[in-house]
Structure formats: C-alpha cells, structure tokens
Design a binder for this molecule. Sequence first.
Ligand code: IMP
Length: 199
Amino acid sequence: MELWIATGNKGKLSEYRLLLNEIVDLKVHHQGEIASFTPRPEDGKTFLDNARIKAKTLRAVKNDVWVLGEDAGLEVEGLNNLPGIHSARYAGPKASDSENVAKLLKMMTLKPMQNRNAQFVCTTIVYTPSGEEWVFTGQMKGKIASKPAGLHGFGYDPVFIPDGQTQTLAELGDGFKTQHSHRAQALKAFLEKWRSTQA
Ligand code: IMP
C-alpha cells in the first residue's frame, strides 16, 4: 500500500515516518515528492476544514492511492482556546516555531493567569483509493510551561508538559509522542480501520 501524506511540515513528516516505520507493507510518500505540487491556503474555519483542504489538494493529483491530510494545533484554555487553527501562524504568516512560542508565552504574561491548561488536537482525514473519506481525531492534554525546555520535536513541544509528566514534549522526545500524541492517536485509529478492511 502507498500512503501519501499531505504535509510540508518536516516535524510532522518525521513523526509519521517513525509511527509507520514498522508496517512492512506500507510505503510512505509526501507531497514534497511532486515537483509541481502547490498547496492551497488553509483558509478553513475548523481543523476538519483544513485537514480536508490539505488531503483534497493532494488527492487531486494522486487519486489512485491512500492520501492522508491532517490539521493540528494547540488550544490554551486561558487564551480562549487560541492559537487553535492559527497555531502555525500565531506570530505572523511566516512565523518560525520559536517566534510562535515566544508570542504564546508573551500572551500568557499579559494578564496574570493561573490557568495554564492546554491541549493539542489533531483531525486527520484519509481518502481511500476509491475516494471514500475517513475522519479520525486525537488529543493530548497538558499544561503550558513558563519557559521553553528541550530540543526534540517541533512547534510548541518545548512549552507543552503533558498531564502526568514533569518535562516538556521537547525533553521527553520522540518515544513519548509516538505513544501518546494527538497525531499518534488519530493515526492509530486510522491504522485500526485500515487493518479491518484488509482482513
Ligand atoms: P498545521 O501544519 O497547519 O497543522 O500546523 C500545525 C501547527 O500546530 C504547527 O506548525 C505547530 O505550531 C502546532 N503543532 C501541531 N502539532 C504539534 C505537535 O505535535 N507539537 C508541537 N506543535 C504542534
């Protein structure tokens, strides 16, 4: 089976490679392998809208294989669930991960805030080769740290402490995310459904 991942995010892609690495009969590809591929703007109002935009855009040029598109982000309770769908561009259209993290920490100091509860959420859409749409979700709850720590992962990993842990995701490393992340949960749900169709 060929699974094409609709992402240009290197951090996500390396997580997918790790997660899918043990499945022998599955070959992972990504949109960057198609020289002429142009992503569409993610202008949806929900994670589901944006996941669908990504998956559909790739499916338009790869319509006889499995295609996976995913939209994920960080929801912070004390910021009315922002940055949410704006997570990748929170500090501006071309913001780097460290600029987004800096803006998040700044926003949290603007008003004295006791509530640092947050969650990562992920909505994953898979198109089967025959064009059926499957939807999966995952979430991981935790807290926002007062300062960044750790070198692993990407995005907001240096400031996210999962529930039950004392270190950030960027300190805990790939093994933890492979087991517990929002992305891993949604992907595991997909793999379960996929396996049930192969039986
Ligand atoms: P997307 O590529 O539009 O889904 O953007 C997702 C953005 O949310 C990323 O650029 C990160 O800023 C953030 N994000 C999503 N998942 C994660 C994660 O697993 N760790 C850290 N940040 C994440």
